[in-house]
Design a protein. Sequence first.
Length: 320
Amino acid sequence: MWLRPLGRLRIRQMPLAGFEQDSTWFKRSLVALSLFTRQEWLELGASVIHAGTRDSVECSAKKKSLRLGAIAFASIIVVGWAVAAGAGVVIKGQDEVTRSTASPGVKPMPYTEMIEGKQAKIVIGSLQLIIDLATDKVVVLNARRTTTYYELPFPPPSTIGELILRRILPPMVKYKKTGKHLTLAGHRCDQFAGMGEISGAAYSVEACYSTDAPGAQDYTAFVKSAMAKAGNASAATSDQVPQGIPLELDVTITPKASQSPAVSQQQATPEKPVEVRVKTVVTSVASRSIEAAEFQTPAGLKLVQPPKGLGIRPHTVNRM
């Protein structure tokens, strides 16, 4: 970047009097510095600190003061980038599930999703899921069972595994931009439409993805890593799923029609499948550092086998 050597040259060689008297130079320098990339900030900080060390012996007391100020300024910038790079994203929203038959009195279910690096924590009511892609492990906690927890491998198996993956990953269909835009939860998003078949059911999706929302890159990186590890066959690849955070997902799932075997072939009429609609709406997004304890199992809990009825075979869990 052409601004980088210019910035270094001015900081190293600018006369002290110019710094004290010419406020215009200082303002212009701040504008130039604001255009630097993260790597350029790190390089700039290292060069300023190196220059300050090299010239400290021959500098006057007044020039040393300037160097120390530059070193402090560069250090603040470098530390600021380090903090920003280590920040996670906290997403809050609500899910609403309805059926075509009738869903009287359905209330939205609030959820919280925290992501930092290759770890995520999802809280839905009393259920807590801690996903660690680095160790390929899912910890399942239930606030109603305060003494035990159980673990699953990632990707998690059986029916509960499908439910967990649906919570982590967007519907794996082919998306296309509609050209329309919305502002949701205070952030601009691009509308997409998608269709595909997953596990024998037809999926129709309307979504609004935001790359401007805080933590959008962290969210995208985690989802892509999870998709690569899940390895589920689908109608789409990771490159066909939009970038950013889905601030709204409206998914209609239509199972294939089935026939009753007890009815003769002449009288057979396909049963109308029950459509399921899942609408997810994000209410807030924040980028911040997340405490390590959020991704750890609380002390004092006992590890037990997964409950029966989930369709999980013991050898599947024991291979972790």
